[in-house]
Design a protein around this ligand. Sequence first.
Ligand code: BV8
Length: 244
Amino acid sequence: MFSGEFINRIKNSKKIAVLTGAGISRESGVPTFRDPDGFWAKYNPQELASMHGFMSNPKLVLEWYQMRRHTVNRVEPNPGHFALAVIEQKVPYFTLITQNVDDLHRRAGSKNIIELHGNILNDRCNDCYKKYEVMDVEKLDRIPRECECGGIIRPDVVWFGESLSESNLERAFYEARECDVFMSIGTSAEVMPAAQLPYIAKANNSYFVEINYEPTPISDLADETVHGRSGEILPGLLKELRLE
Ligand code: BV8
């Protein structure tokens, strides 16, 4: 499945950086962005995951996040998440940069995680960033809720059109620059600035491997691409590394 070159590179690597997207959580039962299921299929996630979408219909957007939280709280990390947590323990330095907001990497035991797009399990104040417990939409006496500072309370994620946390982005760019092996797993590589990371890694001579169900705009950039399900491919990598 993987070349001897890649296996060697991982075994001798000093620094590994991995970028994950919604595809790695698909086998846990979390719909990806491009294949929302059922009722939500008629909505454009890019519209819902935006301040404009939220302010135009805060109740609908809060219900969307509530449905996604219920899904995430009901599912488990899959063998792909667990495999990355095992590799992290066995190599000198490993950074997991995720676009996912589902908390599944942390639940699988990964430690050095950069959540580029936030985390769906909390709400926060839009102005002062104070964290708030999420509440059932039906129980809210006003929508959106208001922080004591006067700001509106919204999901603790980065929406389309919003800037990412400077420190998270700096750390992610740094790790992509410094790594000797970079992996992109389960992402369509369409969302910026996350999709810049493989280019940064490649520009700094890292060995870049893409694992994805189908080809993406970065497949030609990769030294190796493995197409298929990450929940099967990553345990296969553990086997080839004799880490299973
Ligand atoms: C910003 C949190 C400054 C919310 C998300 C430059 C060029 C063009 C556009 C832009 C640009 N710079 C900025 C933009 C605008 C925009 C953007 O990138 N638009 C794109 C869509 C064109 N970016 C932003 O707005 C970012 N902010 O840059 O600030 C700024 C501001 C304004 C204007 C300019 C600059 C903020 C982006 C963050 C958005 N928030 N999530 C929430 O989740 O509710 S992003 C959201 O999309 C999720 O994080 C999700 O992860 C991501 C979707 O990407 P993927 O993870 O890749 O998921 P997708 O479904 O697309 O693909 C899944 C893949 O997995 C598929 O390829 C599939 O084949 C594969 N797969 C499926 N099953 C499996 C599998 N692979 C393996 N195994 C399987 N089993």
